[in-house]
Design a protein around this ligand. Structure first.
Ligand code: NAD
Ligand code: MG
Length: 397
C-alpha cells in the first residue's frame, strides 16, 4: 500500500513562495494533497489555484474578495469553501487534518496564523521570517511546547540546516560549530555610486539581480535589511549568538550559506538560485524529490566571489545587529519600522536613503521592553508602526 499523502496548507499561496510551493506540489500528486490556500487580494489567481488543486478551504482578506471568489468558484463547479480574515487564517493553519503548513504570508500579517500552526504542533515550513524576527521567544516556545517541527524555507537558513549535523542539539559549541556564514547577494545597489542611491526608484530596487521575489523582500534585499532580518532569524532557529553569525557578500548567489566547524571544515550548500530547492527539501524532508530546478553548471558559472559587506552602504544591516543585541522588543520594533518605511518608499513617499533613518529614529524612541507573550509582540509592533509613520512623514521626499 502506498504511504498516505501529506496534507498541506499554503498561507500566501499567490505570492512568489506560494506559487513556487504549488509548482513543486504539482510535480508530486501522489505525495501531496492541498487542504487549504490563502491570499489577500489576488482573487483570480486564487480561483485558478482552487480549480487546479481543489482545496477544502480558501481564505481571503475581505468580504468583497470572498464574494468575487465564491462567484468564480460556483461558475466552475469548484466546491471549495471560502472564508475571510485572520481568524479563518488561524483556523486553516491549525486544521486537525493538516500535516504541514507553508507560512508564506509577507510581513507581520503572517504572525498569528504562523503561530497558530506552531501551537497546533504542525510541520511548519517557515518563509515568513518577519514572524520569527518579531516574536522569537514566543514562537520558539510554542514550537517546542507543542512538538511542532520547524523547517526553514529562507534559502540561507535552509542551507545552514542542510550543513549542520543531522542530530543537531541546538547548541553550536556542542556540535563543534564555530560560525554560521550567511551569504548575501548584495542586491541591485551593491556597486552603485553612493550619491546615486538617493534617486533610486521602487522599480530599480525591485529588480533583483538573481532572484524574482515579492516587492517587500526585494526592497529589503536592496537595503540589506533582508540580511539583517535573516541574522535575527538564524539566531532563533539555530540558537546562535550574534557574534557567531557572519554575513558574506557573494554576488552570484550559488553558495546559499555555510557552517564553519572547529576543525577548520566549512560545509556549504550550493545550487542555482531557485526557491523550489529549499521548498522541495522541506516538503519532502528527510527525503529528496525532484523540484524542476536546473542542475548547477559550475563550468558555466566559472567563479564564485566573496566580499565583506560595506556597512556604510548598508546601515540597515548594522541596525539589525544592534536590535538583536538589545533583545527584548527591539527586533519587533525594527521589523515594524522597516515595514512602514518600505511601504512609504514603494508608495513614492520616502527616498530610498531615508529608509534606515526611519528605522533608527524609531528604535531610539520606542521604550525597550521584554517579549514574553503575544500581547508584548503586538504592542511592540504597534508602537514601532506608530512612531515610524510619524518619522516617515517627517522625512518625506
Ligand atoms: P509576495 O508579496 O510575493 O506574497 C505574499 C503573499 O502573502 C501573497 O499571497 C499575499 O496575498 C499574502 N498577503 C499579503 N499581505 C497579507 C495580509 N495582510 N494578510 C494575509 N495575507 C497577505 O511575498 P513573497 O516574496 O512570496 O514572500 C513571502 C514571505 O517569504 C516573506 O516573509 C519573505 O520574506 C519570505 N521569503 C521570500 C523569498 C522569495 O524568494 N520570494 C525568499 C525567502 C523568504
Ligand atoms: Mg533569504
Amino acid at each position: 500500500m502506498s504511504a498516505p499523502r501529506q496534507r498541506l496548507v499554503v498561507l500566501g499561496a499567490t505570492g512568489s513562495i506560494g506559487v513556487n510551493t504549488l509548482d513543486v506540489v504539482a510535480r508530486h500528486p501522489e505525495r501531496f494533497e492541498v487542504l487549504a490556500l490563502s491570499a489577500q487580494h489576488k482573487v483570480e489567481q486564487l480561483a485558478e489555484q482552487c480549480r487546479r488543486f481543489s482545496p477544502r478551504f480558501a481564505v481571503v482578506g475581505s468580504d468583497e474578495a470572498a464574494t468575487t471568489l465564491t462567484g468564480m468558484l460556483r461558475q466552475s463547479m469548484t466546491d471549495t469553501v471560502v472564508l475571510v480574515g485572520v481568524e479563518a487564517l488561524e483556523g486553516i493553519a491549525s486544521l486537525p487534518e493538516a500535516d504541514t503548513v507553508m507560512a508564506a504570508i509577507v510581513g507581520a500579517a503572517g504572525l498569528r496564523p504562523t503561530l497558530a500552526a506552531a501551537k497546533a504542533g504542525k510541520k511548519v515550513l517557515l518563509a515568513n521570517k518577519e514572524a520569527l524576527v518579531m516574536a522569537g521567544p514566543v514562537f520558539m516556545r510554542e514550537i517546542i511546547r507543542n512538538g511542532a517541527t520547524l523547517l526553514p524555507i529562507d534559502s540561507e537558513h535552509n542551507a545552514i540546516y542542510q550543513s549542520l549535523p543531522k542530530e543537531y542539539s541546538s547548541n553550536l559549541s556542542d556540535n563543534g560549530v564555530r560560525r554560521i556564514l550567511l551569504t548575501a547577494s548584495g542586491g541591485p545597489f551593491r556597486q552603485m555610486p553612493l550619491e546615486k542611491l538617493e534617486q533610486v526608484t521602487p522599480e530599480q530596487a525591485c529588480a533583483h539581480p538573481n532572484w524574482v521575489m515579492g516587492r517587500k523582500i526585494s526592497v529589503d534585499s536592496a537595503t540589506m535589511m533582508n540580511k539583517g532580518l535573516e541574522v535575527i532569524e538564524a539566531h532563533w532557529l539555530f540558537n546562535a549568538p550574534s557574534e557567531r553569525i557572519e554575513v558574506v557578500i557573494h554576488p552570484q548567489s550559488i553558495v546559499h550559506s555555510m557552517v564553519e566547524y572547529a576543525d577548520g571544515s566549512v560545509i556549504a550548500q550550493l545550487g542555482n538560485p531557485d526557491m523550489r530547492t529549499p521548498i522541495a527539501y522541506a516538503l519532502a524532508y528527510p527525503e529528496r524529490i525532484e523540484a524542476g530546478v536546473t542542475p548547477l553548471d559550475l563550468w558555466r558559472i566559472g567563479r564564485l566571489d566573496f566580499e565583506r559587506p560595506d556597512v556604510a552602504r548598508f546601515p540597515c544591516l548594522r541596525l539589525a545587529y544592534e536590535a538583536l543585541e538589545r533583545g527584548g522588543n527591539a527586533p519587533a520594533v525594527l521589523n515594524a519600522a522597516n515595514e512602514i518605511a518600505v511601504e512609504a518608499f514603494l508608495g513614492g513617499r520616502l527616498p530610498f536613503t531615508r529608509i534606515h533613518m526611519v528605522i533608527e529614529q524609531t528604535l531610539a524612541c520606542v521604550t525597550w521592553g521584554e517579549i514574553d507573550t503575544l500581547a508584548d509582540v503586538l504592542a511592540a509592533d504597534a508602537a514601532g508602526r506608530e512612531a515610524a509613520r510619524q518619522f516617515a512623514a517627517g522625512l518625506h521626499a
